[in-house]
Every structure is written in C-alpha cells, then in structure tokens.
Design a protein around this ligand. Structure first.
Ligand SMILES: Nc1nc2c(ncn2[C@@H]2O[C@H](COP(=O)(O)OP(=O)(O)OP(=O)(O)O)[C@@H](O)[C@H]2O)c(=O)[nH]1
Ligand SMILES: [Mg+2]
Length: 207
C-alpha cells in the first residue's frame, strides 16, 4: 500500500485571472478539472479538512478564477473554473474557456484530477477535456464524485463505468466530499504524484 500524503497545512495563495498573476511555480502542481458543479472545490475542502478553504455553491459557475492552494508549503493544488455551465453568457463561457486553456497549456501542471459525477455519463466537454490531456500528455487521475448519492454496492462499478465511457482505462476513484469516502485512496495517489514530481535529493558535493 502506498503512503498517504498527509496534509498538515493547506492555505489559499491567490486567485489568478491571467498568466501574469500565477504565483511563482513549484516543482509540483496538481490541478482539478471537471464540469461546473461536479464538486471540485468541495473535494479540496474535504482533503484539507477545511470547509471554508475553497468557495463552493449549489449553483454551478461558482469558481471563476484559477485558485491556488499550497499544501505543506510544498505543492500547489489548483481549483479551476468548471466547464459546461450552460447558463453563463457566451462571452463568459469563452473567457473561462480561454482561462482554462491558457493555464493548461502553460506547462505548469504536473498532474490533473479529472472529476466525473458518478451518476452521469461523461459529457461532450468531459470527453473533449480527456482528449486534450491525452494530446498534451498530461498525467491524470479520474475521480468519480458524489459517490454518496448511489448505493454502496454500486460505487466501485459505477465509478469504473464512467472512466470506460470516457474512453479511459476503466478505473476511477469513487469519492464523496459529504462522507469522506475515497479520501484515503486519493491521498495515496497524491502521495505518489508528489513523490514523482519532487526534485531528486541532491548528492552533497563541493563541485
Ligand atoms: N452529496 C454530495 N454533494 C456534493 C459533493 N461534492 C459537492 N457536492 C455539492 O455539489 C455542489 C457543487 O459543489 P462545488 O464543490 O462548488 O462544485 P465545483 O465543481 O467547484 O463547481 P464550479 O466552481 O461551479 O465549477 C455543492 O452544493 C456541493 O455541496 C458530494 O460528494 N456529495
Ligand atoms: Mg468550484
């Protein structure tokens, strides 16, 4: 069993609306993508055990900027605006799309958590996002959110079904921000990711 990433400290760093306002990069940056209302901000709060860290809302379209959170002063966890919020104006949709695209193509992100609602087949936007990350070779983990909304006996199977529908290998972590289900599994994954992006220990050397 992999070692879990223990979040000892999680703090909000900044909200960025353009590249100029991203914070100085760290070796490890993990970002969360998914459609509006799928539970991205809630997931951050659950991982950090702080329901006030990221702003959430029952109304889609809550997160509108790129929000950087710093974990253990070592890695960024990045909350992104959701896609596919039909009620937003065309202009707003375009500007969120541009914001997301510019961020994803900035080369900062080392790993993406792509969130899918465990109850629904992925949308066209989800499929497009998945193809985009494959195209750019961004490592990813699929997370099936709101697992508390379906029977326990179906969770693992339904989560994997969502991954398969996306065109990915059939594995997604069932996760609930309400109950904490999947938190340990996701923190193990994050532990792996952080270890992978940490710079190698330098040999002490005078040269
Ligand atoms: N039952 C249940 N509700 C959840 C879960 N996660 C999120 N929600 C609810 O879903 C709604 C949206 O959650 P957010 O975390 O704001 O979603 P988001 O993906 O950040 O949305 P945007 O910022 O609009 O892109 C809120 O009402 C949450 O309380 C979950 O695991 N279970
Ligand atoms: Mg949000």
């Amino acid at each position: 069993m992999e070692e879990q990433f223990v979040i000892r400290q999680a703090e909000f760093v900044t909200s960025a609306g353009s590249e100029g306002s991203y914070p100085a990069p760290l070796p490890c940056e993990i970002a969360i993508v998914g459609k509006s209302n799928v539970g991205k901000s809630s997931l951050i709060n659950r991982l950090a055990n702080n329901h006030k860290l990221a702003k959430t809302s029952s109304q889609p379209g809550k997160t509108r900027l790129i929000n950087f959170f710093l974990l253990n002063r070592a890695a960024y966890l990045v909350d992104l605006p959701g896609y596919g919020f039909a009620k937003a104006s065309k202009t707003e949709q375009k500007s969120w799309g541009d914001l997301l695209e510019r961020y994803l193509s900035s080369g900062r992100v080392k790993h993406l958590l792509l969130l899918l609602d465990i109850r629904h087949a992925p949308t066209r936007d989800d499929v497009q996002m998945f193809r985009y990350l494959l195209y750019y070779g961004i490592p990813y983990t699929l997370v099936a959110t709101k697992s508390d909304k379906i029977a326990v006996s179906k969770r693992r199977r339904e989560a994997n079904a969502r991954a398969k529908e996306l065109g990915a290998p059939p594995f997604a972590i069932p996760f609930s921000s309400e109950t904490g289900e999947g938190k340990a599994e996701l923190l193990e994954r994050i532990g792996q990711i952080v270890r992978d992006c940490a710079p190698r220990e330098k040999e002490s050397s005078e040269e």
